[in-house]
Design a protein around this ligand. Structure first.
Ligand SMILES: [Zn+2]
Length: 313
């Protein structure tokens, strides 16, 4: 193998209100935020491990003081800022073209107003993506989309989540369908969106189960060693199969009991913050031991897959 494989780390700045909204909790309308608690911890652990990552910002947060401060703090430390939609609705794949343009534009403006460059990367909330979205991203000069999670576990995650959430048409489609298991697990050129690179959130090679956050933390509750073994095995398999993993981090990965009021339903929220920070630190160190770890923008830029030839129409 010539040189180290590239891996990337990205942080989705999903805020407390966004989780409550997806879960159907009316309290979300007060827009509660845990960013002021989570962001300094995330920046510290990334900094301690020398990881320059990407933070995907939600527009509805970036227009407020705490969200703008989060964008500014990540940007000031050299991290890339990506676009994570404006309203953070996991049913974004149902939006019209005009609604998608509005989501992208408003978030771009908020990110720039907070002091960061115009985003060139996008991640849909709840792994939601549509052909129209990819077209609009390409038209707006985006270089990559990082929205897909190639796993079979979406319908199961949805069933578990929706046991505690009110029924709705939108929630019926959360977390993607079974077809996702056939989606590529490595960076590739999507069928639509000229010039775009698709950088999936990496799942365990062969097993196609997610390796990030809540999934590792469910194991952590059984045994910290089991959680580290799971993440370590995933990284070793990535290395063995030549998969440069794109690793996903959330604020909930550094927040402990009582720091996300209303999210007691969410897996791993009873794990102490210090334990979570230690697991994230261990994960970053393990990734750096095997890969050249960068942000998702740099990862996508290193993809050498040629642009697809346009199909004759
Ligand atoms: Zn999100």
């Amino acid at each position: 193998m010539n040189g180290p494989l590239t891996a990337s780390v990205s942080v989705d700045l999903d805020n407390l209100w966004a989780y409550l909204k997806t879960h159907g909790d009316a309290d979300w309308e007060r827009m509660p935020s845990f960013l002021p608690t989570a962001v300094p911890r995330l920046l510290d652990v990334l900094g301690e491990h020398g990881v320059t990552a990407t933070a995907f910002a939600v527009g509805a947060d970036a227009v407020r003081d705490d969200g703008a401060a989060a964008v500014a703090a990540f940007a000031a430390r050299g991290h890339e800022i990506g676009n994570h939609s404006y309203h953070h609705e996991p049913w974004l794949h149902r939006y019209s073209r005009a609604e998608l343009v509005d989501e992208l534009t408003r978030t771009e403006e908020a990110v720039v107003a907070a002091g960061a460059p115009v985003p060139v990367g996008f991640r849909g909330p709840g792994y939601s993506v549509s052909p129209t979205l990819l077209e609009v991203l390409a038209e707006r000069g985006y270089r990559y989309d990082a929205s897909t999670l190639p796993t079979w576990i979406g319908p199961i995650a949805r069933a578990v989540h929706n046991r505690t959430a009110p029924a709705s048409d939108e929630r019926a489609e959360l977390f993607g369908g079974f077809s996702r298991v056939f989606a590529p697990n490595t960076a590739h050129r999507p069928r639509v969106g000229d010039g775009l690179v698709e950088l999936p959130v990496t799942t365990m090679p062969l097993l196609r189960v997610p390796i990030h956050g809540a999934y590792a933390l469910m194991l952590y509750r059984i045994s910290p060693r089991l959680a580290r073994g799971y993440v370590g095995t995933a990284l070793r398999l990535c290395r063995a199969f030549g998969v440069g993993p794109s690793l996903l981090v959330h604020p909930t990965d550094v927040l402990g009991p009582g720091e996300a009021p209303g999210m007691e339903f969410f897996p791993g929220m009873d794990v102490p913050a210090a334990d979570k920070v230690a697991l994230l630190a261990w994960t970053l160190a393990a990734a750096r031991a095997r890969f050249d770890v960068v942000g998702t923008g740099a990862h996508a830029a290193r993809v050498t897959v040629p642009p697809r030839l346009r199909e004759n129409r």
